[in-house]
Design a binder for this molecule. Structure first.
Ligand SMILES: O=C(O)CCC(=O)C(=O)O
Length: 252
């Protein structure tokens, strides 16, 4: 498991979530996703149209928080991010539905958020895509380019180097943050491909999704300490990074 991810930059693990757990997450997010209308496509936009997106999942779905802390994720984070930091944090949470007619998303790297580091970079991000419905090569299964985490800047993927995630509901596609990837096209099916992306970054880097605004402090402080820490509501293992004092202002 560890070597496959290190060597190819990509790994699929089946059976990570039960169908009941997937249904529970979907149920918790459904009222929010219903309001996330799919837009027509703009061919120049980074996000393809005919898709539905929802963020701030860790505030909205207690069952998704359990998946964020899955032991396999913890083990992969320890191995692939652990050597480069004291701890790691949730970087992004999003539910991503790819609807009929959606085009391929342009290939990109999660770690392009941090251009200070030259390619190929040390591991800064571990990404996971949870299959909340079956993923196929035709219905929008995520495109990934194995090995591209080791490519120099400027190398462009050729069609034969791109593979598309084909995995049953409850599986997870993992990839390292240097791997080229993007949502797949869904032009021949009537499916709504439903994925939940959770990415994790080294905790001394800024989180792409601002958890401190997405999750009110009073709610965050009710969560178990390990969950708070993964969300970034903790000081880095005893050093000064991220220190805080949650006591209220005197007299309030
Ligand atoms: O939906 C997917 O399969 C990938 C999504 C993605 O890479 C993105 O939204 O940046």
């Amino acid at each position: 498991m560890y070597d496959v991810l290190a060597d190819t930059g990509v790994l699929v693990v089946h059976g990570m979530a039960t169908e009941d757990h997937v249904a529970a997450v979907r149920g918790e997010l459904a009222p929010y996703l219903e309001e996330a209308a799919a837009q027509p496509d703009d061919p120049d936009a980074f996000y393809p149209g005919l898709t539905r997106r929802l963020t701030a999942l860790m505030h909205r779905s207690p069952m998704a928080r359990e998946l964020m802390m899955h032991p396999v994720v913890e083990a992969l984070g320890e191995r692939h991010l652990g050597p480069n930091c004291k701890t790691w944090t949730l970087n992004v949470s999003a539910a991503l539905e790819v609807g009929p007619g959606a085009r391929d998303q342009a290939l990109h790297r999660e770690e392009d958020l941090y251009p200070f580091f030259e390619l190929p970079r040390p591991n800064l991000i571990l990404a996971s895509m949870w299959a909340m419905s079956d993923f196929t090569v035709d219905n929008g299964g995520t495109q990934v380019v194995p090995g591209s985490h080791r490519w120099p800047a400027g190398r462009v993927a050729e069609d034969h180097e791109i593979v598309r995630a084909d995995m049953p509901v409850g599986s997870v596609l993992f990839w390292l943050g240097g791997v080229l990837h993007g949502a797949g096209a869904n032009v021949t099916t009537d499916d709504w491909r439903y994925g939940m992306i959770l990415t994790y970054n080294l905790s001394f880097l800024r989180q792409e999704e601002n958890q401190h605004v997405s999750i009110p402090l009073a709610d965050a402080l009710q969560l178990p300490e390990d969950v708070q820490a993964r969300l970034g509501f903790a000081q880095d293992n005893g050093d000064g990074l991220g220190f805080f004092d949650p006591r209220p202002v005197l007299g309030t």
